[in-house]
Every structure is written in structure tokens, then in C-alpha cells.
Ligand binder design. Structure first.
Ligand SMILES: *Cc1c(COP(=O)(O)O)cnc(C)c1O
Length: 284
């Protein structure tokens, strides 16, 4: 698909993880989504959503964000020459992500409340002003993110036995299910890994109390719940044994694999780069 607005997203490395494989008793591969242009998988969907917004002649884009959607929307809107309004839960967004949104010239609006409050306001703004909402309720986002499943199958020369990914709002879980369904054949076992403390987890990218895609996500994937110290432990492990510094939320994928112990070839999706959340390193 030719995109009107692209920053070269996708085509990210799939890195074998021999030491984690030994620890986890399966063949672990890491899909390094931190290599996307703004440092998270959100770019895959944002490229499609902002391209469509431009094609429809939208006056601007709006979203709510725990951070990575903000960074991505701001960058793709800048590229498209469109204004972006981003609604953030006050004080809950990692420093690197805020810096990216500010640098790209997005208008930030903080709400005193949760991600859900921000999400509601973003939807209302889109309705009132005729702007395009680029949260994952926008189906273009899911379509764009499904490309990761096709890439993994190409890189491995077949679909893996299992794919584990962090479960925040669940949009990405739905996107992977869709991507693998489009390939046809056997579906990999999908593990959607959520933090035990959804509303307060230190993994801010998945600090979402009430997932907007819950119904669909939980019908296509097995939900696994990981404790805070498990997420932190595997976040350390991936950096210190394989050399990839991901976001805390990304490490939920490995924490889920450690709990469930799937067999065969297992892809853990490392959804974003650790550079986004420098303050979290104090937990290491
Ligand atoms: C958005 C995000 C998630 C969660 O994805 P959902 O589609 O909300 O489930 C996980 N990790 C990172 C780094 C993210 O940016």
C-alpha cells in the first residue's frame, strides 16, 4: 500500500535471543519495534491513519495518549503539515515521549484524570471540530499495525508457535490477530500480557485501567497477568542478557512467557525503546 505520509516505519529487526531462550526453555525471538521512526510500534498505524486523514482533507488530528501515541501522532502530523492536539493524563507521561511531542510542535492539553478521561475528551474534540481521532478506535491504526504479523512470518519463514505482547488498550493484540488471520493457516498462540496493577503500573505505556478493545482482544488472545516485579525483572533481563533496552511495558511480553511457558518458536514483541522513559531506569 502506498502511503501519503510515511517516515519509513516497519521493517524492524527480529532478533534471536539465545540466552533468554535458555532461561525460558523455548526458542525466543524479539521483534524490535523500538527501531520504528519515533521509537514504538505506534508508527505503523499512525502512518496509515494520518495518510487517510490527509486524503479525506481533515483539518487536523487529535488523540489521547499515555505517551507513544502522542509522540507518533505529533511526528506524522508534522510530516503531513497538519496540526495535532494531544490530550494527556497530567503527570503520567514518560519524559522522552513528551519531549518528542513538544519538539514536533503538537498542542498538548493535560487533563487531571486517567487515560480514560483523556480518551473521552479526545473523542469529543474530534466530534466537535471535525478532526480525525487517531487513537486505536480508528480502524486505520489497527490495519497499519497488522503489518508486524506479516513481517514476522516473512522473517521466520513461517508463523511462530506463539506471540507474546503487552496488553494495554488491546489495539495491538487485535492488530496481530488480524495480521495472522490474513496470512491464513495456523494461528500462533497469542499471549496478551497485562500488568496486575493496571491503574498504577510503573509500565506507563500500559497504564490503562479499562481497555477499549477488551472484548475483541480477549476473544483472540489468552490474557496473562504479570506482577510489577516480574515486569521489572524481565525488563532488566532483556537489557542485560540480550542488549536491547526496551520500555518497561515491552518487557511484559517476556514476563508472560515466563509464566505460561509456551513451546516452540516464540516471538516477544518489544513494543518501544527504553530511551523514552529514562526515569524508569531508577528501578533497575
Ligand atoms: C501502546 C503501547 C502498548 C500497548 O498497546 P495496546 O495496543 O494499547 O494494547 C504497549 N507498549 C508500548 C511501548 C506502547 O506504546
Amino acid at each position: 500500500m502506498a502511503l501519503t505520509v510515511s517516515l519509513g516505519e516497519g521493517g524492524t529487526p527480529l532478533v534471536p535471543a539465545p540466552r533468554l531462550s535458555e532461561r525460558l526453555g523455548c526458542d525466543v525471538w524479539l521483534k524490535w519495534e523500538g527501531a520504528n521512526p519515533t521509537g514504538s510500534f505506534k508508527d505503523r498505524g499512525m502512518a496509515v491513519a494520518v495518510s487517510r486523514a490527509v486524503e479525506r482533507g481533515a483539518p487536523g488530528v487529535v488523540c489521547a495518549s499515555t505517551g507513544n501515541t502522542a509522540a507518533s501522532a505529533a511526528a506524522y502530523a508534522a510530516r503531513a503539515g497538519l496540526p495535532a492536539v494531544i490530550v494527556l493524563p497530567a503527570g503520567a507521561v514518560a519524559r522522552g515521549k513528551l519531549a518528542q511531542a513538544v519538539a514536533a510542535g503538537a498542542e498538548l492539553r493535560e487533563v487531571d484524570g486517567s487515560f480514560e478521561d483523556a480518551h473521552m475528551l479526545a473523542r469529543r474534540l474530534a466530534e466537535v471540530e471535525g478532526w480525525v481521532n487517531v487513537n486505536s478506535i480508528n480502524p486505520d491504526r489497527i490495519e497499519g499495525q497488522a503489518s508486524a504479523a506479516r513481517e514476522i512470518a516473512e522473517q521466520l519463514g513461517g508463523v511462530p508457535d506463539a506471540v507474546a505482547l503487552p496488553y494495554g488498550g488491546g489495539g495491538n493484540t487485535c492488530a496481530y490477530a488480524r495480521g495472522f488471520a490474513e496470512i491464513g493457516g495456523a494461528m500462533p498462540r497469542l499471549l496478551a500480557v497485562q500488568p496486575a496493577d493496571r491503574a498504577g503500573t510503573f509500565a506507563s505505556a500500559i497504564r490503562i485501567a479499562d481497555p477499549v478493545h477488551r472484548e475483541r482482544a480477549e476473544s483472540v488472545a489468552e490474557v496473562v497477568t504479570a506482577a510489577e516485579d516480574e515486569i521489572a525483572e524481565w525488563w532488566r533481563a532483556v537489557a542485560q542478557t540480550e542488549g536491547l533496552f526496551c520500555e518497561p511495558a515491552s518487557a511484559a511480553s517476556l514476563a508472560g512467557v515466563a509464566r505460561v511457558r509456551p513451546e516452540g518458536r516464540v516471538v516477544c514483541v518489544l513494543t518501544g525503546t527504553g530511551l523514552k522513559d529514562p526515569d524508569a531506569v531508577e528501578r533497575l
